[in-house]
Ligand binder design. Structure first.
Ligand code: GLC
Length: 484
């Protein structure tokens, strides 16, 4: 079956063209479809955009699952699993055991095809893709939910693959937070942007991957990992809900924080210095009932930038409480011009400017203020916005966003990203026919038309037996402003 057959006769011109463009992006390996290239833009040098990126494939995979093309997703999962190193690396420059690559491509030698993976060792700045293994587990779980076929995940090699990923995530380490400590640029934002440490996006994906692994792991032989997941989940959840949350009440509490508190009774646990926070701007910007999760929390650090993937996926994965989810959607609604503007939606807000831009990005010309990762607008985020809107019953917001995008995306030839404060300029170095722009649009429309598909990526509340384990641990000084 061709992808074209998946269109319906009622589709708009934009949707029809999106399907046609998507067809061209499919990668075949030994005669089987195994993924999609990042962009099919023949007008510029491909660099690595001719590869299948794990994170970029997520929206392709979900739309394939919804449209009865689970075979492509299955092939992808099988082939990428084979690329995962199963032994401990002896060479520190080689990928560690359990990692899933950032991307892969099909090569051939003497008429024999093979897959070559990139774990970041070829990538610009050699950034490591921490998010790949987390998205991979989420896709495996989405495959199981969509097909009702548990047998793939039950296969010993898949159980081992999940276990190896959990081993890296839950390994003994230096720090003592329930969050994951990661280097800069280890996710969708794969350039230096001051998101090293405990960036929100990876914490939320970590949480969702723990939830998915808990469902997928068969207890026999994996009991130790299941116990470790059950121990980590409630702490991780409480930590993010409490320490990352910003709304006007919380801002006020931080504003009045004492510093240099020593010992167990400390309220300002991370010793945040008020002067490091743009409280004057935030006081103006935060709507009365709006709120969001901060970009990063660490020693004397609270990154108050709004990051879209982390906030939207926190809603989708049920990491945010119901009250927090509503507050995030209220923020998006009330600060529409800043966060959505003329193209849904900003990857983060606001941009780093002037000296801060120079120091934090390392003078990166691609990440100048209001461009690319530095507060550019990325249409792929539309599917997460749609999923979050359905989850919170705020679908009119997603509808509005889709209409804005529909008016331009196809005529603009599906750019990778847009620049400018309102997202009106096609990104300076944006590829055209970027696959996740196409699939982000199709998936947003599909989810809106069929909200019953949402369980592919949502989880529901933590099971009570897992939550009760949190009581066995001491959750440090519960903040009175933490929504419950
Ligand atoms: C850019 C993006 C990254 C994406 C890749 C391929 O590097 O920052 O998130 O995976 O392009 O589209």
């Amino acid at each position: 079956m061709q992808l074209n057959d998946l269109k319906s006769s009622e589709d708009s011109k934009e949707v029809t063209e999106a399907w046609q463009a998507l067809e061209k992006t499919i990668i075949y390996y030994q005669g089987r479809p195994v993924g999609t290239v990042a962009a099919y833009d023949l007008s510029v040098e491909a660099l690595n955009y001719d590869q299948c990126f794990i994170r970029d494939f997520v929206s392709s995979a979900l739309i394939f699952l919804l449209k009865g093309r689970a075979d492509i997703v299955r092939n992808f999962l099988e082939e990428t699993l084979k690329l995962q190193p199963k032994e401990r690396a002896l060479d520190a420059y080689k990928p560690g055991r359990g990692l899933i690559p950032a991307s892969f491509k099909v090569l051939s030698e003497n008429g024999q095809e093979y897959l070559e993976a990139d774990f970041g060792e070829h990538a610009i700045a050699r950034v490591t893709p921490v998010d790949s293994c987390l998205w991979w587990i989420l896709l495996l779980r989405a495959y199981v939910v969509a097909t009702d076929d548990f047998s793939l995940a039950q296969r010993p090699e898949f159980q081992n693959g999940i276990r190896l990923i959990m081993d890296i995530c839950l390994a003994n380490r230096f720090d003592m937070y329930p969050t994951l400590l990661v280097p800069d640029g280890a996710c969708m934002i794969d350039r230096r942007m001051g998101i090293y440490g405990h960036p929100l996006e990876l914490q939320v994906l970590f949480y969702a991957a723990l939830r998915a692994s808990r469902e997928l792991l068969i207890c026999q032989g994996n009991q130790d990992i299941v116990v470790a997941i059950d121990n980590r989940l409630p702490l991780l959840c409480a930590h993010i809900r409490q320490h990352y949350w910003i709304d006007i009440n919380r801002l006020n509490a931080i504003y009045r924080f004492k510093s240099e508190e020593y010992g167990k009774a400390a309220v300002n646990l991370f010793n945040i210095y008020v002067d490091s926070i743009p409280y004057y701007e935030l006081d103006k910007w935060l709507p009365k009932k709006g709120g969001y999760f901060a970009g990063n929390v660490g020693p004397s650090q609270l990154d108050t930038r709004f990051f879209a993937v982390g906030n939207l996926m926190a809603i989708v994965s049920d990491l945010a409480t119901e009250q927090q989810s509503q507050a995030i959607m209220t923020l998006i609604e009330e600060r529409w011009d800043d966060l959505v503007g003329d193209m849904p939606m900003k990857i983060c807000f606001p941009a780093l400017e002037n000296e801060e831009y120079r120091i934090v990005t390392g003078c990166d010309p691609k990440n100048i203020p209001w461009s690319y990762h530095n507060a550019g607008s990325w249409p792929v985020l539309m599917w997460m916005l749609a999923a979050a809107a359905i989850k919170t019953k705020r679908t009119s917001l997603a509808q509005r966003a889709i209409e804005i995008a529909q008016a331009r995306l196809c005529d603009d030839e599906w750019p990778e990203y847009y620049d400018g404060k309102k997202g009106r300029l096609i990104g300076k170095q944006a590829r055209k026919y970027q696959t996740w722009t196409i699939t982000g649009f199709l998936l947003a429309k599909e989810l809106m038309a069929n909200p019953t598909y949402l369980p592919l990526i949502t989880f529901g509340k933590l099971p009570p037996e897992v939550v009760s384990r949190a009581c066995e641990f001491e959750i440090a000084s519960v903040d009175p402003y933490m929504p419950r």
